[in-house]
Design a protein around this ligand. Structure first.
Ligand SMILES: C[S@@+](CC[C@H](N)C(=O)[O-])C[C@H]1O[C@@H](n2cnc3c(N)ncnc32)[C@H](O)[C@@H]1O
Length: 286
């Protein structure tokens, strides 16, 4: 359909790797206590605005009996997910005009999508395709905590690179990124207004601190690598012929962060994300 999001807002690896960490099995219990889905049932689950597919991939692990369909209107994301993730049916599609029949799913779920889509269409389409009594789960990012290690601060080479990139049209504004953001109080009220009952809200707090002893080495190094890949993807997406020095600077600083981690020299840099999770059930409007 288009590549607007992956070309101008967040790249494939930036979204995939950050979500892969947030939806790691280590954190399943936090989601599970709010999702309250029956793992023994053959649920039909629809994810809307799935991006490159990390949540759908996690859902397939967490609910192995479920039949999972995931859609996004960004062709790059769907093509990445189709090539790299098994057990999920990925397709291009618009959340405001879902290509599914009425009352065909048990669960509809989305992560950081609500704030980009007009509420009547966002809730209305999910409500339409849910069976009566079906469950809508809406995950929405809230303000978290970010603390950068000194060795990962932006280098002069990166600053020079970004200063050399001419400002382009702000696609974020033209394609409505974040245009329908709601507060923690507005969001559940909006869900109720659009035909869901028993609305409940909870929070998942995902602490990504590489130096925390509770994390195995593989997970800690994946946290560091995620930062490297996001920075590299941002530089490459500027399509400049003068990116070499900035790319080398990014690689050097992340190599140094890995060296410090492996040497046990703690930096305590951290990224704590807070995700608000809404759960409501569909009922018939009178
Ligand atoms: C912040 S990203 C989140 C992606 C994914 N849920 C994740 O957490 O990695 C928002 C996503 O919503 C998608 N999106 C926005 N409006 C859409 C629409 N009307 N129909 C389908 N997808 C849409 C974008 O293409 C993008 O992939």
């Amino acid at each position: 359909m288009n590549n607007i999001w992956s070309d101008h807002v967040q790249g494939v690896m930036t979204l995939y790797l950050s979500r892969k960490l947030r939806f790691d099995d280590l954190f399943f219990s936090q989601y599970d206590r709010i999702f309250r889905l029956d793992r023994s049932k053959d649920l039909k689950i629809l994810e809307i605005g799935c991006g490159p597919g990390a949540l759908a991939e996690a859902l397939h692990r967490w609910y192995p009996k479920a039949q999972i369909t995931a859609i996004d209107r960004d062709s790059n994301f769907i093509s990445y997910a189709q090539k790299n993730i098994t057990g999920v049916s990925f397709m291009e599609g618009d959340a405001t005009q879902l290509p599914f029949e009425d009352e065909s799913f048990d669960v509809a779920i989305s992560n950081t999508v609500q704030e980009h889509i007009e509420p009547a269409a966002f809730w209305g389409e999910q409500r339409r395709v849910l069976k009566p009594g079906g469950i809508c789960l809406c995950l929405s990012a809230r303000k978290g905590i970010q603390c950068t290690a000194p060795c990962l601060e932006m280098t002069d080479e990166e600053k020079k690179f970004w200063d050399s990139i001419p400002e382009s049209e702000d696609v974020r504004e033209t394609c409505g990124v974040g245009a329908f953001h709601m507060s923690e109080a507005e969001l559940p009220a909006s869900m109720e207004k659009h035909g869901f009952k028993n609305v409940a809200a909870g929070y998942a707090l995902i602490d990504l601190t590489p130096d925390a002893p509770k994390y195995p080495e593989k997970m800690a190094e994946a946290m560091i690598e995620e930062g490297r890949q996001s920075s590299l993807e941002a530089i490459r997406s500027a399509h400049s012929d003068h990116a070499d020095k900035a790319i080398a600077a990014v690689n050097n600083k992340y190599d140094e962060r890995l060296r410090l981690y492996r040497a046990g020299i703690k930096q305590w840099d951290t990224s704590v994300s807070v995700t608000m999770i809404l759960r409501g059930t569909k009922y018939r409007l009178q």
